[in-house]
Design a protein around this ligand. Structure first.
Ligand code: GLU
Length: 469
């Protein structure tokens, strides 16, 4: 039997990082078993489901690299099949029509409360033989009532529910539309899901789903319920703890590999290894080792993880992700330095791709103006003369290499009896508009001789005009 896992998000918002984590677990499990990972869009709630949200889920999954092995299944397109199985259960007397009015149900609930019992449906329509005129009935599932429903959860171990706690569930509404737990069952069965790994907010649905599967004469899949992600305050992770949408992390300059790494480590460990490439996750991850308790989301650990990946990942791969940010910033790489070389030179000091973009745009686009603070601090005193010297000597260099560039910088510092900073910082301001860049020899090598000269000359003009003003 081919192992088949699924991720089944409801398209009612963005792709949440909690969802991404269970998707990752499912994806890893399928890949490790040589199985299939499928995506099912649970869009039967027509009011809350939106096209944009479907797209956001597809985009998020693609960005994370959690590719499905088949086209996504849209639950809303399967409604005829869901209804067919409702009819089957009715025909087999495993489900029945319930005509109870809202008032009756309210009274039932009131009575249970007064008796100090859990409000449950009292099964009165099980015995009803005649329809109630003018009432469109709901369909209820005949729950077993006795015994228990139990399963061996991949993560939680043995879980059992007493059947007497589970009353006759409504599986189709009065308009005929099947309800949530029922459609999940039908889809999991029809899609051949062998392992259902999901958030433990679904634990209470699982005994219901198992009972329905058994009533349909089928064997339930193996379940694994992963704990929720919490915020630092112990409450379930939500917007007020910071970004929870997967794509917000792309926008903030995170690498998908780093986000996956962070999510896999949240509640699972392998010795004291912190950094995992996707290949290493596939090698070492074991769903059975996922902790039972919830993990707390720690944004600074995520940032650290991102920085580690940025520094160790193949720069060509970093560039694939960085390109999106460069495009967004309107950077045209043509005619400028090799971006791979820029990545190598910047990645130690940049935690995110956004930071790398901000600090690197100058390589491809001359500064449109100079940061006032940097001007006040560095474009003063000898700076103009220094820049003029540099221009003359750089112009005369016929090997544009880090060593020769550094020799010029050192030579000018010596002859003018200045600290190196007083030479290097004005150059930085001249070429980038601000006083931060990788080591100056490296930066100028990358920038190229022609751009360096043009920008120094332009800065000298700027200083002159400012002095005249
Ligand atoms: N659609 C459900 C959700 O987004 C998941 C259902 C499941 O995994 O069984 O919470």
């Amino acid at each position: 039997m081919t192992v088949t896992t699924r991720f089944a998000p409801s398209p009612t918002g963005y792709l949440h990082i909690g969802g991404a984590r269970t998707a990752l677990y499912s994806w890893l499990y399928a890949k490790q078993q040589g199985g299939q990972f499928v995506l099912r869009i649970e869009d039967t709630d027509r009011e809350r489901s939106t096209e944009e949200s479907v797209q956001a889920i597809l985009d998020g999954m693609r960005w994370l690299g959690l590719d499905a092995d088949q086209d996504p299944v849209f639950q809303s397109q399967r409604i005829e099949r869901h209804k067919e199985l409702i009819d089957q259960l009715l025909a087999e007397d495993k489900a029945y029509h319930c005509y109870c009015s809202k008032d009756e149900l309210d009274a039932m609930r009131e009575k249970a409360r007064a008796d100090g019992k859990k409000p449950m449906y009292d099964e009165r329509c099980r015995k009803r033989t005649e329809p109630v005129p003018g009432v469109d009935p709901v369909v209820r599932f005949k729950s077993p009532g006795r015994g228990k429903t139990a399963w061996d959860d991949l993560i939680k171990g043995r879980v059992a529910f007493a059947n007497k706690e589970l009353d006759d569930l409504i599986i189709a509404r009065s308009d005929g539309s099947p309800t949530y737990n029922f459609v999940v069952v039908v889809d999991d069965l029809d899609m051949g899901i062998t392992h259902c790994i999901r958030g433990d907010d679904h634990v209470n649905n699982t005994p219901r789903q198992i009972q329905i599967m058994e009533a349909l004469g089928r064997t339930p899949p193996t379940y694994g319920h992963a704990p929720m992600i919490l915020g630092s305050d112990g409450a379930r992770l939500s917007k007020r703890h910071g970004a929870v949408s997967v794509m917000a992390y792309r926008d903030e300059g995170y690498l998908p590999e780093a986000l996956l790494n962070y999510l896999v480590r949240l509640g699972w460990s392998h010795g004291d290894q912190e950094i995992f490439t996707p290949e290493e996750m596939l090698e070492h991850f074991k769903v059975e080792q996922v902790q039972k308790g919830a993990g707390a989301f720690n944004p600074s650990k995520l940032a650290w993880t991102n920085h580690q990946h940025l520094q160790t990942m193949d720069p060509a791969r970093v560039l694939q992700h960085w390109q999106w940010h460069l495009d967004k910033a309107g950077v045209d790489l043509a005619g400028g330095p090799d971006p791979i070389a820029v990545i190598k030179s910047q990645r130690e000091r940049c935690k995110t791709l956004v930071e790398m973009t901000e600090k690197s745009v100058f390589f491809w686009a001359p500064p449109s103006d100079y940061v006032e603070k940097a001007v006040k601090k560095w474009l003063k005193g000898d700076a103009q003369a220094v820049l003029e010297d540099l221009h003359t000597q750089f112009l005369a260099l016929d090997d544009w290499q880090p060593e020769s560039i550094q020799a010029v910088v050192n030579g000018i510092a010596e002859s003018r009896e200045l600290g190196l900073g007083k030479v290097a910082q004005p150059i930085r301001v001249a070429i980038s508009g601000d006083a931060v860049s990788p080591p100056i020899d490296e930066t100028l090598t990358l920038l190229g001789q022609e751009q360096t000269l043009t920008r120094i000359a332009k800065c000298v003009e700027f200083m002159k005009a400012r002095a005249d003003a």
